[in-house]
Ligand binder design. Structure first.
Ligand code: 13P
Length: 249
């Protein structure tokens, strides 16, 4: 039985003060929630404020990106140890916006994945096809490439140390959600790929989140699918009420 995990990816939103208020509001609303593990991924500058606001609660902290080196002359980058230091337990890796706007490719993502896994932080490893790729019926090929290259040479000793997020690019921020059938089909395919890497016993325990226009009114049907184990939520995680309703799916 997999414990669902629901994460809010705040992207480039929220000042420190705004982040503090949002996190505190969420903590208050979901303190009785037992349905899922809850993670907030604010921008780097708000990690400290959010860490403070969630202290002692059932809400955990994550970051949106990291560098693969321990330290050094990498202006503008953030080391994994800084994230642990700020209280993070999770870090999003390979989000489609980083692939699309910051030229992150499978090889770079693989370097980050190896480093994060060896650090003890839990990566939320993002994959997903574009609209054009889906229209050309390349969805499975793209997912296969992203999984096999992104997770190359990684042996997963503990299935709980990895979270995968299937985020079809065409569903992100568009209001168009994948149908429950489309999402389930992709999740099952991803789990089969993981089974090919690490065996089915491990693959059956890895949580696979769905992301892309998740809202309070579509979360329940997504979560009812066999291979959907949570959500990575963008826009709807920026408001207390909508995120709390998603958590209580
Ligand atoms: P939206 O929920 O705004 O579509 O964003 C999804 C996403 O990219 C989460 O990482």
């Amino acid at each position: 039985m997999r414990t669902p995990i629901i994460a809010g990816n705040w992207k480039m939103h929220k000042t420190t003060l705004e982040a503090k208020a949002l996190a505190a509001g969420i903590v208050e609303k979901v303190k009785e929630a037992k349905e899922a593990q809850i993670v907030l991924c604010p921008p780097f500058t708000a990690l400290g404020a959010v860490a403070e606001a969630i202290k002692g609660s059932n809400v955990e902290l994550g970051a949106q990106n990291c560098h693969y080196e321990d330290k050094g002359a990498f202006t503008g980058e953030i080391a994994i140890s800084f994230l642990s230091d700020a209280g993070c337990k999770y870090v999003i890796i390979g989000h489609s916006e980083r692939r699309q706007y910051f030229n992150e490719d499978d090889a770079l993502i693989n370097k980050k994945m190896k480093k994060v896994l060896s650090s003890g932080l839990i990566p939320i490893f993002c994959i997903g096809e574009t609209l054009l790729e889906r229209q050309k019926k390349q969805t499975f090929d793209v997912l296969k490439r992203q999984v096999l290259h992104g997770l190359q040479e990684i042996s997963l000793s503990d299935p709980l140390k990895l979270v995968v997020a299937y985020e079809p690019v065409w569903a992100i921020g568009t209001g168009v959600t994948a149908t429950k059938e489309q999402a389930q089909e992709a999740h099952r395919y991803i789990r089969d790929l993981l089974a090919g890497l690490w065996g089915s016993q491990t693959a059956e325990q890895v949580r696979i989140q769905y992301g892309g226009s998740v809202k309070p009114d579509n979360i329940a049907e997504l979560m009812a699918q066999d291979d959907i184990d949570g959500a990575l939520v963008g826009g709807a995680s920026l408001e207390i009420d909508s995120f709390a309703r998603i958590i209580k799916f």
